[in-house]
Structures are given as C-alpha cells and as structure tokens.
Design a protein around this ligand. Structure first.
Ligand code: PMP
Length: 360
C-alpha cells in the first residue's frame, strides 16, 4: 500500500494511526460485537465515545467553564445561517469582517436573518491582507462580530485576536481549529466543520458561551437551536456518531503528540519550508501580505499559467495530489493541516525546484 501526500483543502488527510485504529475497530468496537456506526446514540457505549471526544477537545483547546461544546450537523455553511438564527435576535444586527470568500459568504447568508454591517473588507486588495482593526467600523449595538480566522481559499489567517469589547466575537475556525493554541475566553462563539484538522466531514463543532444561549429567533429550526442542543448534550437529534468517534481519535492522537503547542510548532516549521522557497523563487509566487499568511493553506501561482496542468500532472506522478487552486484564485494551493507531515512539504518543494529549473 502506498499513501499519497494529499494536499486537499478538505476533506483532508488524516493521521495514519487514527485510520489504522478505526480499521482495527471497524467490525467490533472494544468487544461489543458491533461497529461504532451501528451503535445507538443513546447506548452507554456511544455516550462514552461522545463524552471522551468532548473531554479531549476541551482539554486540548483549554476551553474554560461557562462554554458549551456542541457536535452538530450542517457544516460551516449551515452555521452561516445557524449563528444568526441563534444570536442576532439579541439586537437585530451583526458586524461582519470580510477577509475572503468564506467570510463574504457568511455575511451574505446572515443578511436573511438580521441587519448586517460590513465592518471591514479586504476585497479591494483581492483579499491578500487582513484589514487592520483600527480601520474596522464596529457597531457597539451589534449582537456579535463575525470573523473567519483562516480563509481556506485565499490563504490569509489572523495571527492576532480582535478586541471587540463587550460585543461577542464569533469565529469560523473551520480550517485552523486545533492547529495552534487559542484563548477561547476571548470569543463568544467558535465553530468549524471537522474535515480539515479534526476528522471527517459530517460533524460541526460549536463552542458557545453560556450567556449567548436563549436568543434564538422563533423561526430557528429546533435541531439548530443551540440552547436545545446544549440541554440535550447535542443529542436532540441523532448526532453524526461515526464522525464524532473519529474526531475523538484525532484528538487523542493530537494530545499524544504534545497538544496545541506542539501542533503550532510543527505547523510553523512546515509552512516556513514552503514560504521560504516561494520567497526565493522567481517562478513561483504567493501574493499574501507576509504578516497575514496562512499556516494552513498556501496558494501560489506559476509564472506561466499555461504550465499549470503540467505541474499538477508532475506532482501527481510523484504521489502529491489535490494541489489545484480554488477556481476563484487560480494557480495552486497546498493545504498543510496538522496531519500533513513535513516530508510532504519537503517533497513538494523539491519538485517545485526541479520544475523551476526545467521551465523557469
Ligand atoms: N468556512 C471555511 C473557512 C471553510 O474552509 C469551509 C469549507 N472549505 C466552509 C466554511 C464550508 O464548510 P462546509 O462545506 O463544511 O459547510
């Protein structure tokens, strides 16, 4: 068996030991004679799996008391509606900071449920930098301020936490949660789909401060009502059980490897290999402002875009896949989440050097 270096933005590469353990436990989980997929979500076996996944996530992210952890469905695009459905009712309006395609989508969806103020946008600069907080036009009467901590498509990432005073900060962390330490106490709500750093698609993690529960609009579907889900331990409806199980295994693996500090160190080192090469190359370039570059998703362009297909084919032949950039940005994109080993990034840079020699 040969495993590829998979640079997919998500669903993305998972740690091999996690996949092996899941394979070993597929038919018979811990002597129960059944697969996790076949368990009742109300049985003691699954309840223990669910509780352990939550406990590990709380430990890894150092989630303080006073926050609920919910395992929901609908993904981050679902949350674009679920967040305003639950939170905007407090004042009827919300601030959005637009730093790329994902936060732009979030703002657009929220406008169905409340008054949206675009507090800042990086669109004029083609989303290659995060607008400085001193330029944000925040509304003190907003129910919350929404950001996307890492724009998966454009490759910009916050390396600082905005200060929104008494207005709760809400972050879409789909593509960088669990990649570095965060101070959860600075946020009112954090959400993310699991399929980058936490597990397979199908489960959405929501970390929400207790005082934000209970403001849902009357039209909010009950399955998406945070308060109802919190009161029912995320089991108001049938949760995505298998995805939660894998998320738990990923958390266990991350903990064994040293937790958030170790992940951050590993991710900084990996991204440096790629950015250092991009900065030294006259053939490949990354257009993002240095201080805002993503450690998770690295978009880059070839000097001659007519060679894009040749590049992708060459990479594939060397066991490196899913490097094609998003259609809105073009070029290439290497997604290098926690589970991408540094060897994968080194192999990519090695190939880029060869390619530049041949075509540069
Ligand atoms: N937000 C961000 C930052 C993302 O990267 C993605 C998925 N790539 C989404 C939202 C949408 O997630 P989903 O398709 O799981 O709803």
């Amino acid at each position: 068996m040969t495993r590829v270096f998979n640079f997919s933005p998500g669903p993305a590469t998972l740690p091999e030991p996690v996949l092996r353990q899941a394979a070993d436990e597929m038919l018979d989980w811990h002597g129960t004679g059944m697969s996790v997929m076949e368990m009742s979500h109300r049985g003691k076996e699954f309840i223990s799996i669910h509780a352990e996944a939550e406990a590990l996530l709380r430990e890894l992210l150092d989630i303080p008391p006073g926050y609920k952890v919910l395992f929901m469905q609908g993904g981050a695009i679902g949350e674009n509606a679920i967040v305003p459905l639950n939170l905007v009712g407090a004042t009827g309006k919300a601030d959005y900071v637009v730093t790329g395609d994902w936060s732009k989508k979030s703002a657009k969806e929220a406008a169905t449920y409340g008054k949206v103020n675009i507090a800042a946008t990086g669109e004029a600069g083609k989303f290659t930098a995060i607008p400085k907080q001193s330029d944000w036009k925040l509304d003190p009467g907003a129910a919350y301020v929404h950001i996307c901590s890492n724009e998966t498509i454009g490759g910009v990432q916050y390396h600082w936490t905005p200060d929104t005073g008494k207005v709760p900060l809400v972050a879409d962390m789909s593509s960088d949660i669990l990649s570095r330490p965060i101070d959860v106490s600075k946020y009112g709500l954090i959400y993310g789909g699991a399929q980058k750093n936490m597990g397979p698609s199908g489960v959405t993690v929501v970390i929400v401060r207790d005082d934000l529960l209970g403001h849902a609009l009357p039209v909010c579907p009950s399955a998406f009502n945070y308060k109802l889900q919190a009161e029912n331990d995320s089991m108001y409806n049938t949760p995505p059980t298998y995805a939660i199980y894998i998320l738990g295994l990923v958390c266990k693996y991350v903990k064994e490897r040293g937790g958030m500090a170790a992940m951050a160190e590993h991710n900084v080192a990996k991204a440096k290999v790629l950015y250092d090469f991009l900065d030294s190359s006259s053939y490949f370039r990354n257009s993002v402002a240095k201080e805002d570059r993503s450690l998770m998703n690295v978009p880059f362009h070839l000097k001659d875009p007519s060679k894009d297909e040749t590049f992708l084919q060459g990479a594939q032949a060397r066991g490196m896949i899913q490097l094609k950039g998003h259609r809105s940005v073009g070029g290439m994109r290497a997604s290098i989440y926690n589970a991408m080993p540094i060897e994968g990034v080194q192999a990519l840079v090695h190939f880029m050097k060869e390619f530049e020699k041949e075509h540069g």
